[in-house]
Write a protein that binds this ligand. Structure first.
Ligand code: MG
Length: 214
C-alpha cells in the first residue's frame, strides 16, 4: 500500500454542514420545490447550451447573472417572482462549519501531512467560505474552480492540484461528499474517501492513512 503524504479535501459538504440543508431551507422559506429549481436549471441549460451552475463554478458566469437567469426561468415555471437576490444569503445562513473534520485536518497538518483544498466554488463566495476557518493556516494549496476555469470531476483539475502539491497522485488522499468527484479522483490515481457523515468519513480517513482511529 502506497504511503499517503497529502490530504486533498473538498470544502462544501465536508468542511460545512450538508449542502442539502441549505436547499431544504430555501424550499421551506420560499415555498420553492427543489424540483422546480432543477427544472429551471435544465431550462437555462437548454437555452444557453451550457449548464449555468457549471459556468458559474468555472468563473465564466457572474453570480448576479446566474441568479438572474435562474430567477427568469423560475418565474416562467412557477408563475411568480422568486427573490433570487436573497438566494446566496439564505443559502449561507444554513451552512455551519464542520469543526470535527477541520480539527482532524489541523491534527494531520501538525503531523506533517501536506494539506490542500480542491473546491468547486463561486468567485463571489470566496470571502464567505474563507471566513469560516483560517484556511491559509492549514492548507498550503487551494484550488478553487472559479479561479482556474475548470471544475470537478474534470480530471485536469485533480492533476493541477496534485501538481501544485508536488506529490504523485497515489500519495494524495482525496475527500469529497459527491460520489462523482470521488470516482474521478480515483480515476487519476488518487486514494479517496467518500464523505457521507462525520463518523464514517473520519474512520475511513484514519483507515486510508493506515492508522487506528484516535
Ligand atoms: Mg462538496
Amino acid at each position: 500500500m502506497t504511503e499517503i503524504r497529502a490530504i486533498v479535501s473538498d470544502f462544501g459538504g465536508v468542511l460545512t454542514s450538508p449542502m442539502i440543508g441549505s436547499f431544504l431551507r430555501i424550499q421551506e422559506a420560499w415555498d420553492l420545490p427543489l424540483e422546480a429549481l432543477g427544472r429551471a436549471m435544465q431550462t437555462v441549460t437548454e437555452r444557453d447550451g451550457a449548464n449555468p451552475l457549471f459556468e458559474l463554478e468555472c468563473g465564466r458566469l457572474a453570480e448576479a447573472e446566474f441568479l438572474a437567469k435562474l430567477g427568469d426561468a423560475l418565474r416562467d415555471e412557477l408563475g411568480r417572482d422568486v427573490p433570487m437576490h436573497a438566494f446566496t444569503e439564505e443559502m449561507w445562513r444554513a451552512l455551519q462549519p464542520n469543526h470535527a473534520v477541520f480539527d482532524l485536518f489541523c491534527t494531520l497538518r501538525d503531523e506533517g501531512y501536506r494539506m490542500a483544498l480542491l473546491t468547486n466554488n463561486v468567485r463571489e463566495w470566496e470571502s464567505r467560505w474563507r471566513s469560516m476557518f483560517p484556511i491559509d493556516e492549514v492548507f498550503e494549496v487551494v484550488v478553487d474552480s472559479a479561479f482556474v476555469g475548470m471544475r470537478k470531476p474534470d480530471p485536469r483539475i485533480y492533476e493541477l492540484t496534485v501538481g501544485r502539491v508536488g506529490l504523485p497522485a497515489e500519495q494524495c488522499l482525496f475527500i469529497d461528499d459527491m460520489e462523482i468527484n470521488v470516482t474521478a479522483a480515483q480515476d487519476v490515481g488518487m486514494a479517496a474517501v467518500h464523505f457521507r457523515e462525520n463518523e464514517q468519513a473520519i474512520a475511513d480517513i484514519h483507515a486510508a492513512l493506515g492508522r487506528d482511529a484516535a
